[in-house]
Structures are given as structure tokens and as C-alpha cells.
Design a protein around this ligand. Structure first.
Ligand SMILES: [Zn+2]
Length: 394
């Protein structure tokens, strides 16, 4: 079977198939933009560029392995990589959580030692929970740092214990303490040098203060900015467009509004495209905005979108392997036609009308709706835009 057997002039004919295609798959297919002029090519579907990279391959394999492991399917390491710690401590925590730290219990299991006991207290096997919490040397550190909750000492499952405290508001202190417990343990095991508790505590406090200072200052609050809709000049028409995907990917739609230099409503549009990503929806919005502007015979058109990625894709040469290449190619063809068009980027706060229409498109079932007059829900925004009222952007 060929694509042309079920795709004719922009419409899919799923009814002509003998197999029923589930509705969510139909909606995904529906959102695809088919380029009937180009020949087929094979692309790597797990990257945005359509070309294979080690990173995208690793990401794909991780997703597959996550699917086969229910416990880790929803596990994300973002909290760790974004924590306010230097890379060596983050990597250490990652090793700890992957049970890769060479404690004596770990080494005994792998026949690397005949003694699994803790060298510091000789009272128990040196597993992760003993090493970091239950060994008297470690417990005394936690007590001095006022970790006093009974649950801190009663939990028996190490990974949960570590994760709960590492992701808490005291996470940096917790992870830094574990790091110094490990360092002091190694100094004792390999150099027979037992750290004085107060020496260990002062190193912990000093490091936490430094890390918070260094990493907080890189997250200084951005200055407040004011954003307003800027009217086009002369006889230029501005088309604000936006895409919306309710779960990215999910039910997706596009929307747009055409205004003249007075900020008057000339035309609005919205539409549902199926199940798609936000970027797909943004590109559909640009495409439909261009089609309608050309259809109405405008000669000078500015397309304004709040998606820097979408604007970047239509303004620069992209690989023909890009998953959205057919749609981007179609958009770029408008640049060679007999009119003047420009692509502008605006911030979300300056694109309110298009945003409303895009969300309307995503929740409707209509592939294209034309709004000849301004819906009542947008009348205030329309007036504010025309007057150049600024919105605050944090
Ligand atoms: Zn011990």
C-alpha cells in the first residue's frame, strides 16, 4: 500500500483501510504535513534534526529501558543535575543512587574482599545505609547537624532515604554531608586518619555556604520587563500567530489574528491539527497565517510568533531530514512569492490574542475556523494592544 492510497488532496481516508486505526493514532497522522512533491527519504525519528547523534540514540535507548522497568519509567534525574552543587558531588550522588559506591559490602558481593564489615566501627556490614547513616561516626555528624526527625533514622530502604532527603529543602546540606562522610571514611580506611567530628562539620558548613553563594548568584532575579504589541507601519499587516499543544505532544491547534496599523481586527483564525508537538503547532500557525494573508491579497505582511525555534527554522536553511521539513519547506516557498513578508519574534505577553485563538483551536474539532469579528473574550486585549498597553514580564 502507498500513501497515495489513503491520502488525497490534503485529506486522509482512513475509512478505505480494512484495519481500524485507533483514533489517537489517526489524530497523530492527521497532524503530519505531507509534501507530495518530494520523494521519500529515511530519517532518524528520535531527534529534532532527523539525523542520528549519540545523544539522541542514548536518549531513545534510555526511554526503551525505562519502559521495561516500571519503577524507573517516571524517574527523572533533573533534580540532581539542577541542584546547586559542583559536578563532582552531583556525580558522586548519581553513583550512590546507582549503587555503584565500592563499600565493603559491595566489594564482598563481587569477591573483591573477604570482609564486608565496616572498618570504622566493626559492628556491621558496610552497606550504604550503614556507611552514610548508621555507623556511629556518621550518626554523630547528622545529630550535630540537627537531623532529628525519627523517620530520618527509621527508614530501612536506602534509595528512598537518600532521594527524599536529597530532594528536600535541605538537599544541598544533605548531599554535601554524604560527600564528606564518604571522604572521611576513605581517609580512615586508606590512611588510617580519623577525622575529628568538628573538623568534618566545619568543612560541611563552609562548603554549603560557598555552594549556595556561588550557585545562587548565577540565578539572580531577572529585571522586570514591559512587553507590548507594536502596531505595523503604513499599509503593512501584522499577523500574530501561535500554536498550542495541550500535553506536548497532545491535542494541538493553531491560531492567529491579522491587524492593520491602527490595531484593528481584520481577521482571526484557529484550527485543530490532531495530536502534535508545540513546535508542529507553531509551524502550522505560521503556515496558515501566510496562506490566509496571501488569500486576502495583502502585499506587506509581518508574521509575528512567540516561538524562537519556529522563527529560526523558517528563516534558516534546515536539513531535509528534519521531521517537519515538508511544512517548513512550504512556509519558505512563500518568501519567493510576489509580496514582502518578514518574520518577527515577540514575547508571549505580546501575543495574547493569538494565544487565545490557538488554545481555542486545540480544543475544537474544526480544521480551520475564520473569525470575521473579534470574539467578546478578546475585546479588552484588542483595545489594550491597539493603545500599546504594556504587560509586565517577570
Ligand atoms: Zn561503621
Amino acid at each position: 500500500m502507498l500513501l497515495q492510497d489513503i491520502y488525497h488532496q490534503g485529506s486522509w481516508m482512513f475509512n478505505s483501510l480494512t484495519t481500524d486505526i485507533p483514533i489517537h493514532i489517526q489524530l497523530k497522522i492527521q497532524s503530519l504535513f505531507i509534501d507530495t512533491e518530494s520523494s521519500d527519504i529515511i530519517i532518524w525519528g528520535h531527534s529534532n534534526s532527523g539525523t542520528y547523534s549519540a545523544k539522541s540514540g542514548y536518549h531513545w535507548i534510555s526511554q526503551i529501558s525505562n519502559l521495561s522497568s516500571a519503577s524507573s519509567s517516571t524517574y527523572s534525574w533533573t533534580w540532581l543535575w539542577k541542584s546547586k552543587l559542583p559536578e563532582n558531588i552531583k556525580h558522586f550522588c548519581w553513583l550512590v543512587l546507582h549503587n555503584c559506591l565500592p563499600t565493603n559490602a559491595f566489594r564482598f558481593m563481587r569477591h573483591m574482599t573477604t570482609d564486608s564489615s565496616c572498618k570504622r566501627c566493626h559492628s556491621s556490614d558496610e552497606n550504604l545505609l550503614h556507611l552514610f547513616r548508621d555507623c556511629p561516626d556518621s550518626t554523630s555528624i547528622w545529630v550535630a547537624l540537627l537531623f532529628s526527625s525519627p523517620s530520618f533514622y527509621s527508614t530501612t530502604e536506602f534509595t528512598n532515604w537518600f532521594t527524599i532527603h536529597a530532594t528536600s529543602s535541605n538537599g544541598v546540606l544533605f548531599m554535601v554531608t554524604c560527600w564528606f562522610i564518604w571522604k572521611s571514611r576513605n581517609d580512615f580506611v586508606f590512611n588510617n586518619n580519623r577525622w575529628i567530628k568538628w573538623h568534618c562539620l566545619s568543612q560541611i558548613h563552609c562548603s554549603v555556604d560557598t555552594f549556595l553563594q556561588v550557585f545562587e548568584s548565577s540565578h539572580l532575579q531577572k529585571p522586570l520587563r514591559h512587553v507590548s504589541w507594536i502596531s505595523p507601519l503604513g499599509n503593512t499587516i501584522k499577523v500574530n500567530v501561535d500554536g498550542s499543544s495541550l500535553n506536548n505532544p497532545g491535542r494541538a491547534g493553531f491560531g492567529g489574528i491579522m491587524r492593520n496599523s491602527m490595531g484593528n481586527w481584520l481577521l482571526g483564525f484557529s484550527g485543530f491539527i490532531g495530536i502534535a508537538t508545540s513546535l508542529q503547532a507553531e509551524l502550522h500557525a505560521i503556515y496558515n497565517g501566510l496562506c490566509l494573508a496571501m488569500d486576502r491579497g495583502f502585499n506587506n505582511v509581518i508574521i509575528e510568533s512567540d516561538s524562537t525555534i519556529a522563527i529560526g527554522l523558517v528563516e534558516h536553511d534546515i536539513s531535509p531530514l528534519h521531521p517537519y521539513a515538508p511544512l517548513i519547506k512550504k512556509i519558505r516557498q512563500f518568501q519567493n512569492m510576489d509580496w514582502t513578508i518578514a518574520f518577527h519574534h515577540t514575547l508571549r505577553e505580546g501575543n495574547e490574542c493569538a494565544d487565545w485563538l490557538a488554545k481555542n483551536g486545540a480544543t475544537s474539532d474544526v480544521s480551520l475556523k475564520i473569525w470575521h469579528s473579534c470574539p467578546p473574550q478578546l475585546s479588552n486585549v484588542l483595545i489594550a494592544d491597539a493603545l500599546g498597553v504594556a504587560r509586565l514580564r517577570a
